[in-house]
Design a protein around this ligand. Structure first.
Ligand code: CDP
Ligand code: MG
Length: 660
């Protein structure tokens, strides 16, 4: 099945390169250990070939032991915490194996499955493997599973650790490889105490670390001027700059490009970038540019290795999820990275020759950097609890967590699920809860979808959920075009807020026959819209499986928007804020403890309604709520009578107000 008669010249060319990767030196050792053990730990420097090569070694071993290819009903799976890594690495591996992506080698990420019955090696996000485990608790389709980037300690990977430990005892024929960059080895060894450890030494060149003498006031400015300085003063070699998010990265890219012109090729790298654009970072720099400058999020820290980088610019920040159990608020906050991350970033400069890392902070600040706790200790766990319940883990306290979450966080998650009607008084999954767990959306959105037929607007809620699940559809160019873009956006704006605005965009896209030119003219992201259409189709299939009605309120009806907003509220009733007339500020209500919040500048409201429901809580210099919609206070009691039970409601101003 795998053996082709002839390989392309490209295959042989890549094979020579592959054989130079450090993991190839230990191929026999790996295969031997893999054969003799059910579980193997592999630790190796980033770029040593773990992600691209080890799954191929595993495949080779599994094929050797299962020589009858005709009755193949199995897979080798390799998890990645990031969607980008899963798609880009699988493409690379398909190329290395001289096959078409989606055939023998494929990938599965949320809302996108590029695999077929032929697939024997599949890259998938850790979250997707968890989803598969819901339907197939013993993961019977797999002969071997590789948990990659284990050091990242994402929530889903942490759950897979505990889950797979258990599955292995019930599936003696299943093999597990846990791979990690050189971080936190001790904790892994202790947790997987039976597994042998293989260490792959890196082949890193020395990297000179330079610190600033004074703390930088504005890391973005500092990063840009450092890049320009490197380009003017340093010998050839590509530059990798770490920034925190899409907007910052695009901003930096256009400013660097404007300053340095076509002497350099400036490329952004972040997760919502289309795959073709991402792929550019691996291609040779086209003339006349003499230097490639990649401005990236954390993706380039360990998930994607870019060869040829000689200079790293590290401002010392990344966007990190934080969770405050007291206010039940989970948000993304630009925070200082850990020492381990800083060292990983520096290491990116020494892949092909000695390099330099410019840390835009002082040596003292480096010494003060703290470890970043694993995601499970920084998250709202409602989704996690729902997943575990569905996986049959009833007693969350006895689950074999590598690091158990705080009891208060677990309790908060249970409370949220209870309010959403996903759990009953005995803390068992309700029918609604079962369905919610099977929808690949967060619990609030899943609930909104589940009740949408009752509000006679499931068609519209499906479109809205799809729009909320894809990257931002509004293109926001810099400079002169920004005015035109704002005007275009305002043509879609709905006076009641962002959710209905998104719905307007979706409907307009369909009315214009999904025309890319229409998108271009209206500053709408065509790719995002196409994926919204595809996501919607997938959600429709789920709705049909649950035999839910696809219905709409007539557009002429006064209730058309009312129903949509009520369904929205039925999912997001725990995320409501009210305007304090005296101060003109919004305060969140109930469990979120009356936090002072500001409307995110991206909102399309033209007034400040008294009550609003919001989707995200974003922390930057201030607390923002983003994606907001005007609702009516009296709907709260109607839509969520238990949560907004007047009798149980604390005697506060909100209460008095609402009683009126
Ligand atoms: O997982 P690990 O960091 O150990 O290494 P890897 O991702 O397997 O990368 C091994 C090599 O493959 C590196 O030299 C990458 O630059 C290269 N690679 C590539 O050329 N194109 C990709 N899409 C991914 C990796
Ligand atoms: Mg890797």
């Amino acid at each position: 099945m795998m053996r082709k008669k002839t390989y392309s010249p490209r295959y042989w060319e890549i094979l020579e390169k592959r054989k130079n990767l450090p993991v190839w030196l230990q191929k026999q050792e790996f295969l031997q250990t893999f054969k003799q053990n059910q579980m193997v730990l592999l630790v190796g420097e980033t770029g040593s070939g773990k992600t691209t090569q080890i799954p191929q070694f595993v495949l080779e071993a599994v094929l050797n032991e299962n020589p009858s290819p005709n009755c193949k009903k199995w897979l080798v799976g390799c998890t990645q915490p990031r969607r980008v890594a899963a798609t880009s690495v699988s493409r690379r591996v398909a190329e290395e194996m001289d096959v078409e992506i989606g055939e023998e080698v494929g990938y599965t990420v949320r809302f996108e499955d590029c695999s077929s019955p032929q697939t024997v090696l599949k890259y998938l996000t850790d979250g997707m493997l968890l989803r598969e485990a819901m339907a197939d608790p013993l993961l019977q389709r797999y002969k071997a599973i590789i948990l990659d980037e284990a050091h990242e300690r994402t929530l889903a990977t942490d759950l897979l650790f505990g889950l797979l430990k258990k599955v292995l005892t019930n599936r003696p024929d299943l093999k597990l490889v846990v791979m990690s960059a050189t971080l936190e080895t001790d904790r892994f060894r202790k947790y997987f105490s039976d597994a042998p450890l293989i260490k792959v030494p890196g082949r890193l060149h020395p990297v000179e670390i330079l610190y600033t003498l004074e703390p930088e006031m504005d890391y973005l400015e500092a990063a840009i001027s450092t890049v320009i300085q490197i380009h003017t003063c340093e010998p050839p070699g590509d530059i990798l700059v770490f920034l925190t998010g899409e907007e910052e990265i695009e901003d930096a890219c256009s400013r660097i490009a404007r300053k340095l012109g076509d002497q350099v090729l400036v490329l952004p790298l972040y997760s919502t970038l289309p795959p073709a654009v991402q792929q550019k970072i691996f291609e040779p720099t086209p003339k006349p540019a003499v230097r490639k400058i990649v401005v990236s999020t954390n993706i380039a820290e360990t998930s994607l290795t870019i060869d040829g980088v000689v200079y790293v610019v590290d401002p010392g920040f990344s966007k990190q999820k934080i969770y405050e159990p007291k206010t039940c608020v989970e948000s993304l906050l630009v925070s200082p990275i850990s020492q381990a991350s800083a060292d990983q970033r520096a290491g990116r400069a020494g892949r092909t020759q000695p390099g330099k890392c410019f840390r835009l902070y002082t040596e003292k600040s480096f010494n003060d950097l703290k470890q970043t706790p694993p995601e499970i200790l920084r998250s709202n766990l409602a989704n996690t609890v729902l997943t575990l319940k569905k996986l049959g883990v009833n007693d969350l306290v006895t689950f074999d967590f590598m690091e158990p979450p705080a009891p208060a966080t677990l309790a908060g998650a249970l409370a949220d699920l209870f309010h959403l009607g996903a759990l009953d008084d005995e803390v068992n999954l309700t029918k609604t809860g079962e369905m919610m767990s099977e929808v690949p959306l967060d619990p609030q959105m899943a609930k909104m979808l589940m009740v949408s037929s009752q509000y006679n607007c499931s068609n519209e809620i499906l479109s809205l959920s799809a729009m909320l699940s894809v990257p931002n559809c509004f293109i926001r160019p810099r400079g002169e075009a920004s005015k035109a873009a704002n005007e275009a956006k305002s043509r879609f704006a709905h006076i009641d807020g962002d959710h209905l605005t998104l719905l307007n965009v979706y409907h307009a896209f369909l009315q214009n026959n999904q025309d890319p030119n229409w998108c271009y003219e209206n500053f709408i992201n065509y790719k995002a819209m196409k994926s919204a259409v595809s996501v919607r189709e997938q959600l429709v299939r789920i709705m049909k499986r649950f035999q839910m009605k696809l219905c709409s309120t007539g557009f002429d009806s006064r209730d058309y928007y009312v129903n949509i907003k009520k369904a929205l509220l039925a999912g997001y009733f725990m995320q409501v804020a009210r305007l304090e007339k005296t101060t003109g500020h919004y305060l969140t209500v109930k469990d979120t403890n009356n936090q002072l919040v500001h409307l995110h500048p991206s909102n399309c409201l033209d007034h400040k309604p008294e009550w609003i429901v919001y989707k995200d809580y974003v922390k930057t210099s201030r607390n923002f709520i983003r994606t907001v919609t005007h609702i009516r206070g009296e709907w709260l009691v109607e839509v969520a009578p238990d949560y907004y039970n007047l009798a149980k409601f604390p005697k506060c101003e909100v209460n008095k107000k609402r009683k009126r």
